[in-house]
Design a protein around this ligand. Structure first.
Ligand code: BGC
Length: 341
């Protein structure tokens, strides 16, 4: 990755348009406090990104998100399929992303641009080592004058072949690319094994860079949150009727898990963002249990000063859905579990 980064840096210097320096910045600690409750919207596979009017995501939902009391949106974009042969993100995609970022900023929300090509990267690590820095060069340049409420998340859930050795090798180069144009923008970075809390001790961050927020994802017990999920393999896809009753033991496990993350954050002096949590509904019709789990996790995050973002705004009746786009209304038990702590 190194040589490509040098090449990109040289090109950046050669072609840089004089930029207005970012006039303000926010510490990652203050930003995490401000981020509070958030929600993931407009994932890269939503038809929105292909300009399809039947898309599940509409810009008007951003106002509904703000009105409900959320303070952050995380936008999981899949840029790789929108890059041309020269490594430029196509203008239509930039326009669509600009529309979301602008609407989010105007609504007073924090906006996370999350690079979500996490499944492509382990399939071809060498290709990812070329395209991912290029994506961040493009995005950093484009959003260099955006307000500090806009954050960059370098890569969702590095996993499998993107192991800690590879990921820790990429992080300094990706951060350096962002820093060329965004010296103080807060960057979000998580550990390997799908942003697992257990891999936090393996994560190596540039020590001197104090504008980093560390993220993890929480879907435990996985067989409860993912029962019926085909992408998690046939065994999980076949699961059903897995209960979560909020027993003493279940809540104690949640505390142990979140204390583990809080202890890492404290020891390493990095504020924490729980970037994804939620339950899949396909084989789990028990909304009361799904809402109880969601509430318990929201509370566990809030109690430790972590910001959080629910997975996911809307993906149909059996998805992780918090908002029913058909009825144009929130799924009340989930919304309440996310916001009323
Ligand atoms: C993935 C989604 C998936 C969710 C829960 C996200 O990171 O991008 O496709 O539904 O995790 O498994």
């Amino acid at each position: 990755m190194k040589s490509l980064v040098s090449l990109i840096s040289a090109l950046a210097l050669a072609f840089a348009v004089p930029a207005l320096a970012q006039s303000t910045s926010i510490t990652p600690e203050d930003q995490v406090k401000d981020m509070g409750a958030g929600i993931n919207v407009a994932a890269g596979w939503d038809p929105y990104w292909d300009g399809n009017p039947s898309s599940n995501f509409k810009l008007s939902y951003i106002d509904a998100i703000k009105a409900a009391g959320f303070k952050t949106i995380r936008v999981p974009i899949t840029t790789f399929r929108h890059m041309d042969a020269k490594g430029h993100l196509d203008p239509a995609t930039f326009k669509r992303l600009d529309s979301i970022v602008d609407a989010g900023v105007k609504a007073g929300l924090n906006v996370i641009i999350d690079e979500h090509d996490y499944d492509d990267c382990p399939k071809d690590v060498d290709a990812c080592a070329v395209i991912l820095p290029n994506v961040w060069y493009e995005l950093s340049e484009h959003y260099k004058n955006a307000p500090p409420s806009v954050m960059f998340e370098l890569l969702n859930e590095p996993h499998e072949k993107v192991d800690d050795k590879i990921w820790n090798g990429w992080i300094p180069d990706l951060v350096a690319i962002v820093r060329e144009t965004n010296p103080t923008r807060n960057i979000i970075i998580g550990a390997t094994h799908w942003n697992s809390k257990n891999d936090l001790p393996l994560l190596k961050l540039p020590e001197a860079d104090r504008h980093i927020i560390v993220t993890f994802h929480y879907y435990d017990p996985f067989h409860f949150t993912h029962q019926g999920a085909s992408w998690a393999g046939p065994e999980v896809a076949a699961l059903h009727d897995i209960e979560w009753k909020g027993t003493k033991e279940e809540l104690a496990q949640l505390d142990v898990d979140f204390d583990q993350v809080a202890a890492w954050g404290k020891a390493n002096n990095r504020p924490i963002f729980l970037g994804e949590y939620g339950t899949y509904g396909k084989n789990n019709p028990r909304m009361d249990e799904r809402a109880a789990w969601t509430k318990a996790v929201s509370k566990a995050a809030e109690a430790r000063g972590f910001a959080r973002a629910f997975w996911y705004f809307s993906e149909g009746p059996v998805g992780f859905t918090a908002y029913d786009t058909g009825k144009n209304q929130w799924v009340a038990p989930i919304k309440d579990a996310l916001l009323s702590q």
